[in-house]
Design a protein around this ligand. Structure first.
Ligand code: MG
Length: 264
């Protein structure tokens, strides 16, 4: 990882889509602070397309796409994207058909409850009832943080049951299906903007902090970790190209300031 300050101005100038994780990338200790929200607004006002890409539930994403200055949102680690329909209302683009999603959700519920009964301290995430597709087990949000070995046990148990499992800064998320944050980002770019992900690489940037950002760090040429990514770097197959000085939303604001300065 190179310091963000070393990112070439020419590369910054070409970026017009910012994809970013939310938890501990836009937030600090769970809070969206003024500096990070101001950076979102400044980027949107400058004509940049913002797309938060999160493990958070559909219920949160409905609010985010309606209330924040963003072009779209991808939630539940790629289970869907939400965006505004020019005809009015929202376009909710789910990766899986409703019946498949509901069936998978029921299978995951049984697996997750069995895991919580087996792994001491693990609990169903408090935002589970707002989810449409995946299942989340809390390891550090509303409970005392579990040691890494317990988190690894939760991930292994989901995988043994045939599910995908990945950790964010607070939850282990599990899902059935051949999607992730990256697959749905590619689909959103194609369907909403008519763009091919590979062809427009220089126009894209991604910011994240945790192992569930790994597919994005690998695929985006302009990949940036906020400073707190360092605590997960050993768990990443490929670290981001650049790293900010500030943690969470401070790091995000640092990137936006650099980008806007390069454009002016
Ligand atoms: Mg995160």
């Amino acid at each position: 990882m190179r310091p963000l300050a070393e990112m070439p101005k020419d590369a910054l100038r070409q970026i017009d889509f910012i994809f970013c994780d939310i938890d501990e990338t836009l937030t600090n200790n769970g809070r969206l602070r003024a500096r990070a929200y101001a950076a979102l607004e400044a980027a949107a006002s400058a004509g940049l397309c913002l797309v938060p890409v999160t493990g958070r539930p559909a219920g949160w994403c409905d609010l985010i796409v309606r209330q924040w200055p963003v072009a779209a949102v991808i939630g539940e680690n790629g289970a869907f994207s939400f965006r505004h329909d020019p005809q009015g209302g929202l376009i909710r683009d789910y990766w899986q058909a409703d019946a498949v999603r509901r069936e998978n959700s029921e299978r995951l519920r049984a697996i997750a409850h069995a895991i919580c009964a087996k792994v001491p301290g693990a609990a169903i995430a408090a935002d589970q009832s707002y989810r449409d597709a995946d299942f989340a087990i809390d390891y550090a949000e509303d409970i005392a943080a579990l040691p890494p070995a317990r988190v690894a046990e939760i991930i292994a148990a989901f995988q043994a049951a045939g599910a995908n499992a990945q950790m964010s800064s607070a939850h282990v998320n599990a899902w059935f299906g051949d999607y992730d944050k990256l697959a749905t980002s590619r689909r959103l770019l194609a369907r909403a903007f008519g763009l091919d992900f590979n062809a427009v690489q220089p126009r894209l940037a991604y910011l994240g902090d945790a192992p569930n950002d790994a597919p994005m760090f690998e695929a985006f040429a302009n990949s940036i970790g906020v400073a707190n990514v360092r605590r997960f770097v050993a768990r990443l197959p490929l670290p981001p190209a650049y790293v900010t000085v500030g943690e969470g939303g401070e790091g995000f604001a640092e990137f936006v300031a650099l980008l806007l300065a390069a454009r002016s």
